[in-house]
Design a protein around this ligand. Structure first.
Ligand SMILES: Nc1nc2c(ncn2[C@@H]2O[C@H](COP(=O)(O)OP(=O)(O)OP(=O)(O)O)[C@@H](O)[C@H]2O)c(=O)[nH]1
Ligand SMILES: [Mg+2]
Length: 234
């Protein structure tokens, strides 16, 4: 296995050490932490973890405007400059268990991109209030209706890419800054004819740290599906 897991972080100092332990328990997996100058010192913790695990963790310290989409662009472009055959994306807040990494990798033998999906077997989320479940299931139905995408979970940030499929996505031209970035990437993959697979995961809501969902990001998530539908070539 030659796998690189790209993890964007913003104020995850309690969660990152736990995540690192879980990911590195899998042989052949390396990590790229993309920190956005977290005020809580997550960047320094990432550097320490990198020093403790030589050759297995790289840390990118971003400066300038922060953002999840921007961090993914920088992190995934860097991942494509390595020799990794499989490139993963996952959140640092322990809602994506590293236990599922082998299942995603296995599904990537027959798919170009594999989603760790919360909605493949009913709704498998733990610790979400009802309104959050409604919001997320509505968001997915909305996205699928507007864009024509078929996966059950288009907004999951837990994914595994075969490197050639990721390399075909024009990352530099993906316009979304926030969560809509994930939808836009999937839309481009489907346009490229990539085989999109899903593996069921149980998603566990964060216990430590704070959510960074803003109104601007939510608004972008409403507009992006229409932009993709009306201007599919970008
Ligand atoms: N580099 C970077 N990472 C970010 C930024 N915003 C969020 N993240 C990270 O992206 C991942 C997902 O963010 P979350 O805040 O957990 O978003 P969420 O899962 O939709 O919301 P929660 O319900 O709070 O978990 C986490 O690993 C965050 O630390 C950002 O601006 N820059
Ligand atoms: Mg989260």
């Amino acid at each position: 296995m030659n796998a690189l897991v790209v993890v964007p972080t913003y104020n995850e100092h309690d969660n990152l050490p736990v995540l690192v332990q879980g990911v590195l328990a899998h042989p052949g997996f390396r990590m790229l932490v993309v920190d956005d100058g977290s005020p809580d010192g997550t960047g320094a913790i990432a550097d320490r973890l990198a020093a403790e695990n030589p050759g297995r963790i790289e840390v990118m310290h971003r400066t300038g405007p922060r953002g999840l989409g921007r961090s993914y662009v920088d992190g995934l472009q860097h991942a494509l400059r390595t020799d990794a055959k499989l490139i993963f994306q996952m959140d640092a807040d322990l809602s994506h268990s590293p236990e599922y990494l082998p299942a995603l990798a296995a599904a990537a033998e027959t798919h170009d991109v594999v989603i760790g999906s919360r909605y493949l077997q009913g709704v498998s989320v733990v610790n979400w209030p009802l309104h959050r479940i409604f919001l997320s299931t509505f968001a997915n139905r909305y996205i699928k209706t507007v864009t024509g995408l078929s996966p059950s979970d288009c907004t999951s940030g837990y994914r595994c890419w075969r490197r050639d499929a990721l390399a075909k996505i024009p990352l530099g031209r993906v316009a979304s800054a926030g969560y809509a970035f994930l939808v836009e990437m999937l839309f481009r993959a489907a346009q490229n004819g990539s085989r999109i697979g899903e593996v069921p995961i149980i998603f566990i809501e964060r216990r430590q740290g704070q959510s960074k969902v803003s109104k601007a990001v939510l608004l972008e998530s409403l507009i992006t599906p229409w932009r993709l539908r009306l201007r599919p070539r970008g």
